[in-house]
Ligand binder design. Structure first.
Ligand SMILES: [Zn+2]
Length: 303
């Protein structure tokens, strides 16, 4: 009897712990108070997903990061952590469904640094296409890829352009990194070389994930431009980045401040909110795309 009672008390306690654990776990982004529908794709039930898609008007975000070195002071997943922070906050202001963690972009130039994950060029495009295809099959007819990584700056417009290759019943939009705006606090370091894990990006990380910023380690190596390649303006070659920043660090992370980070986070979130609203209102892109696919089947009829 005693044993049975003990067992049932234990079972009762276990069930309380189990029931309370998810609610007690710290979540950096709480669902909007206007609705109990999460903006996280992976947190919705299948039935709620249908309601969420209606509320989002078929608008979904794909925050796009990478795994790469970020100086001596920031985590490998910095770009994804930052871009998800702003995308999730924006989606809570203007409802959209946010796709889970995606870090399968372009980062060949950091393959000499520990922790870099660089998928082949072929796989980057195939995986992204299958991801947007699957998102669209589930109702995301308007997909905003929210880029968080400078190394994707050529890949993503190319991917969006390649959507014209064959018909799609959805539209891909690409939103670049938004940092500076009017009223920005003065920077302490040179903005010309503040490109990677420098003052701006580190300031943003101090807002998104302050627990992962090791500001004291920032001066341990140089983020200066080593200018090892002299080519005329407009002549491009892939080794340019390594030639300038072989430490895969560009700028001065030690100059970062929470004040700049707060401004940057707000600027980026506002930019994403504006993009979600514009995309929800935009019907012309899909209409023109559809017209284009149809006309491209018989170009000789085009006058
Ligand atoms: Zn970064």
């Amino acid at each position: 009897m005693h044993k049975t009672l003990l067992f049932s008390i234990n079972a009762f306690c276990a069930s309380i712990v189990w029931a309370q654990a998810p609610a007690a776990a710290p979540t950096p982004t709480q669902p909007s108070t206007h609705s109990n529908l999460s903006v996280h794709w992976e947190e919705l039930t299948a039935a709620d997903f249908r309601d969420a898609m209606g509320r989002a008007q078929g608008t979904c975000l794909l925050p796009f990061g990478i795994l790469e070195k970020h100086g001596r002071h920031l985590p490998l997943g910095n770009d994804l952590l930052n871009v998800r922070y702003v995308a999730l906050n924006a989606a809570q202001q203007e409802y959209a469904i946010v796709f889970p963690e995606y870090y399968f972009g372009q980062i060949f130039e950091a393959k000499h640094q520990p922790g870099t994950v660089a998928y082949s060029a072929r796989l980057q495009l195939e995986l992204l296409q299958e991801t947007t295809d699957e998102m669209a099959r589930n109702g995301c007819k308007k997909i905003i890829i929210v880029n968080g990584h400078g190394g994707n700056n050529s890949l993503l417009p190319y991917f969006a352009q390649a959507q014209l290759e064959s018909p799609h019943d959805y539209v891909v939009y690409v939103l670049g990194i938004i940092r500076s705006a009017q009223g920005e606090p003065a920077h302490k370091s040179n903005p010309a070389t503040d490109m990677h894990a420098g003052e701006s990006e580190t300031s943003m990380s101090m807002i998104a994930r302050p627990d992962l910023v090791h500001l004291d380690r920032a001066p341990q190596e140089s983020g200066a431009d080593q200018a090892r390649l002299a080519l005329p303006e407009g002549l491009y070659t892939g080794i340019w980045w390594y030639a300038r920043f072989p430490n895969h660090y560009a700028g001065d992370g030690a100059a970062a401040t929470r004040e700049l980070g707060e401004f940057e986070a707000k600027t980026w979130i506002n930019g994403i909110v504006r993009a979600i609203r514009a995309v929800k209102a935009n019907q012309e892109s899909l209409r023109l795309q559809t017209e284009f696919y149809e006309r491209s089947k018989h170009p000789l009829d085009t006058h």
